[in-house]
Write a protein that binds this ligand. Structure first.
Ligand code: KIV
Length: 275
């Protein structure tokens, strides 16, 4: 089989080799049209469980289910041809024990065709990560602020400013040693993110962490200004699409009420005109 075989797909292994090279570009997507938009610009497309808050209006990611991740994962798979596709394991689908984690991770891979799964947690999840990676499931880790633990953590706060600094360093090492091919660092202080990036041999992917991480990830709806319920400090808005959509919908409503839409250009004559 040649190296250019059609069976060659992006892999966690290849992504790992990108450490120390060009920054790794990652974005979320939850639907086929958005996946098509981000795929050509990204190394990694993540079907994040943030889908629960962004698309389904939940207050946190805790209500997201396996069925939701499978449905959105399948939709995104139809739009991703070249990036590495990662699907989040939802809250409650992997914490019970490593066998439960394997069952659900395998189901996500089988039903969505993703290349890898992501799960939250540091040293306490290392045994599970090792169990999955040793059985052919590539895992992306996620430490620092872990939104699925928001109730236990008491909110979405910056991590690593106090005596949790050492623990987060240990989490990073444990997740790497367990076999994760990359680690998301969420809302950890910049110096801590820099230390972890130097410490571990796998790429760090920052979100509210540091420009020196090996890559960056954002929720695409945040950067496009489509999700406007709240805006964390780490979000940079590259567009204000919610405002544009609002103006367009308002104009449509005005034109319908004024009977200026539809015009002849949008309706059908009894007989087609000859060209
Ligand atoms: O759920 C998500 O979208 C995420 C990231 C943005 C890291 O986990």
């Amino acid at each position: 089989m040649s190296a250019n075989s059609k069976f060659k797909t992006p892999s966690g292994h290849a992504l790992k080799a990108q450490k120390g090279q060009d920054p790794i570009v990652c974005l979320t997507a939850y639907t086929t049209p958005m996946a098509r938009l981000v795929d050509k610009h990204c190394d990694v497309v993540l079907v994040g469980d943030s889908v629960g808050m962004v698309l389904h209006g939940f207050e946190s990611t805790l209500s997201v289910t396996m069925d939701m991740m499978i449905m959105h994962g399948q939709a995104v798979r139809r739009g991703v041809d070249q990036a590495l596709l990662v699907v989040d394991m939802p809250f409650g689908s992997y914490e019970h024990n490593k066998e439960q984690a394997f069952e659900n991770a395998a189901q996500l891979m089988r039903k969505t065709g993703c290349e890898a799964v992501k799960l939250e947690g540091g040293a306490h999840m290392a045994e599970t990560i090792a169990y999955l990676t040793q059985r052919g499931i590539p895992v992306m880790g996620h430490i620092g602020l872990t939104p699925q633990s928001v109730k236990a953590m008491g909110g979405y706060s910056v991590q690593g400013r106090g005596d949790d600094h050492k623990r987060i360093m240990e989490d990073a090492k444990a997740v790497e040693d367990a076999g994760a091919f990359a680690i998301v660092l969420e809302m950890v202080t910049q110096p801590l993110a820099d230390e972890i990036t130097k410490l571990v041999g796998v790429p760090t992917i920052g979100i509210g962490a540091s420009v020196n991480c090996d890559g960056q990830i954002l929720v695409v709806d945040d950067l496009l200004g489509l999700f406007s319920s709240f805006k964390p400090k780490f979000v940079k808005r590259y567009a204000e699409l919610a405002d544009e959509a609002d103006a367009a919908i308002e104009l449509y409503a005005r034109e319908v009420r004024a009977r200026s839409f539809p015009t002849d250009a949008h309706v059908y004559a009894a007989k087609a005109k000859k060209s």
